[in-house]
Design a binder for this molecule. Structure first.
Ligand SMILES: [Zn+2]
Length: 413
C-alpha cells in the first residue's frame, strides 16, 4: 500500500508540474485524457512504474483533474505538491459491476434503453466491528467499522499518516431534516468557551490534558538533544506527532458530534461571521518593522486553531444545508442583548457583561450568542450613523479580536 501511495504521489506531482510550468503562449497543459495516454507510455518505458497498479495511478490523475476543475469553488485553490510522509494516500475504484438506479429508485437506462452499469467496491462484513475490503495488489484488507451499516460506495480512499492507516468511502449522506417545531439558535465562538449557545449551554472542545502537554514537551526536548539524523531523534518526533494527532482526533470528533446535534435540534443555526485566516495571522511583521508581542499572538493563534471553529461551521453547513446563517461579527460581544445599547464599557471582563445603560447583567459569551441568534451585530459604521451617539474611536489599528469603542444608539423595536 505504501508503494501505491508513492506511485499516486509521483503521478500527481507530475500533473502539478505540467500545469505549474505552463506559460501563456505555449501549448495548453495536457488534460485528463492526454495525461492518461502519457501514463500508459510512461508505464511501458519505466519498469518501476509498471509494477504498480494502473487503476491507482490513473485515479491519481482523475483526482487531480477534479481538484483542478473545482479550484475556484472548493476553497482549496490550485492543486499543489504532495509530500512524502505528509500526503500519503491513494484512491481505489470499485471492481464490482452493479446496475445503477435513479434517485427515485427506478433502474437507470441509457439512450438505447439498456441498463447502465456502475461500479461498487467489494466489502465484506467479518463481525459487528470489523469488515474487509479488496485493495488491488494487496488482497483483502481488514478495517474497523465506524458505522452500523456496510458502506455502498463507488470508490474509497486509503491514507497513511503518523503511523496510522485510514480508509474513507466516498459517500455523501443525506442532509439532516429540520426538526418540527424547531428554534433559532445563535452560537458565539470563543477561546475560553468554544461555543456558547444562546439558550445558555456552553460547549467545550476537548483539549490535551496538562499531563499530555507535558509529555509533548518532554519528547520535544529529548528530540532536540538527540544527535542529528539519529534513530532516536526520529522516534521522539514520531511520539510528538502521535500525541498531536490525538489532539486533532478529539477536536474532529467533538466537531462532528456537536454539528450533528445542532443540525438535529435546531431549525436555524446562526454563527457569527469570523475570518479565521485574518484572525490567526502572525504578528511577526517585517524586518524593518518588527511586530510586538509576537509570542503572545502565536499562543492566541494556537488557542484559536485548537478550538476547531472553522470545522464546526463547515460541518454544520454540510449537515444542515440552507439552515445555517453567518451574522456579521462586529459588536455582537458589546451589544446589550436586553436593550440594544452598544458600549465597550459594558464588557467588564472576559466573562462578565453588565450593560451601562439598563444594568442588565449576564455572561459575556451568552450575551453575544443571544445577539447572534437575533441576527443583531452588523451595525452601521460610526461615521455613517452621524449624530447618533457622537464619540468616534481614536484611529488606532483595530484589534482583530475586539472592535473599537463606539457609542451608537440602536432604535428599539
Ligand atoms: Zn442594556
Amino acid at each position: 500500500m505504501l508503494l501505491h501511495c508513492a506511485h499516486a504521489r509521483y503521478v500527481w506531482n507530475l500533473a502539478v508540474e505540467q500545469h505549474a510550468c505552463w506559460r501563456p503562449g505555449r501549448r495548453s497543459a495536457p488534460g485528463f485524457a492526454e495525461q492518461c495516454r502519457q501514463l500508459t507510455e510512461a508505464r511501458r518505458e519505466n519498469a518501476w512504474l509498471a509494477v504498480g497498479n494502473a487503476d491507482v495511478q490513473q485515479q491519481a490523475l482523475q483526482d487531480f483533474a477534479k481538484a483542478r476543475t473545482a479550484r475556484f469553488a472548493s476553497g482549496f485553490g490550485e492543486p499543489t505538491w504532495r509530500r512524502k510522509h505528509v500526503h500519503e494516500g491513494f484512491r481505489v475504484i470499485g471492481t464490482d459491476r452493479v446496475p445503477e438506479s435513479n434517485p427515485d429508485g427506478s433502474p437507470k437506462l441509457n439512450a438505447k434503453g439498456k441498463q447502465v452499469m456502475g461500479r461498487s467496491v467489494v466489502v465484506q462484513r467479518l463481525n459487528r466491528r470489523w469488515a474487509r475490503v479488496k485493495v488491488p495488489g494487496c488482497g483483502w484488507v481488514r478495517f474497523r467499522l465506524t458505522r452500523t451499516e456496510l458502506p455502498q460506495a463507488k470508490t474509497f480512499r486509503v491514507t497513511f499518516r503518523t503511523g496510522r492507516w485510514h480508509i474513507a468511502f466516498a459517500i455523501v449522506p443525506d442532509p439532516i431534516p429540520a426538526p418540527e417545531p424547531g428554534e433559532v439558535i445563535g452560537i458565539d465562538r470563543g477561546v475560553k468557551i468554544t461555543a456558547a449557545l444562546s439558550d445558555g449551554r456552553r460547549l467545550n472542545c476537548p483539549q490535551l490534558t496538562t499531563r499530555e502537554r507535558a509529555q509533548i514537551r518532554k519528547h520535544q526536548r529529548r528530540a532536540a538533544r538527540a544527535p542529528k539524523g539519529s534513530d532516536r531523534k526520529r522516534a521522539e518526533y514520531a511520539k510528538v506527532a502521535r500525541l498531536k494527532a490525538r489532539e486533532a482526533d478529539r477536536r474532529k470528533d467533538w466537531c462532528e458530534k456537536t454539528s450533528t446535534m445542532l443540525a438535529r435540534t435546531c431549525r436555524l443555526i446562526r454563527f457569527e461571521k469570523l475570518n479565521i485566516t485574518t484572525m490567526t495571522r502572525s504578528a511577526k511583521g517585517t524586518v524593518e518593522q518588527p511586530g510586538t508581542r509576537v509570542r503572545q499572538k502565536a499562543g492566541l493563534n494556537r488557542g484559536i486553531l485548537a478550538q476547531g471553529w472553522g470545522l464546526l461551521r463547515r460541518r454544520t453547513g454540510e449537515k444542515a444545508p440552507g439552515r445555517v446563517e453567518d451574522v456579521p461579527a462586529p459588536y455582537t460581544s458589546l451589544r446589550c442583548s436586553a436593550c440594544g445599547w452598544i458600549e465597550k464599557d459594558s464588557r467588564k471582563s472576559q466573562a462578565e457583561f453588565a450593560c451601562v445603560s439598563c444594568g442588565f447583567t449576564c455572561n459575556a459569551d451568552e450575551n453575544a450568542a443571544v445577539n447572534v441568534a437575533a441576527g443583531q451585530g452588523g451595525i452601521p459604521r460610526p461615521r455613517r450613523a452621524a449624530g447618533a451617539g457622537g464619540v468616534t474611536a481614536a484611529t488606532s489599528r483595530s484589534s482583530a479580536r475586539e472592535p473599537q469603542p463606539v457609542r451608537v444608539e440602536i432604535p428599539l423595536p
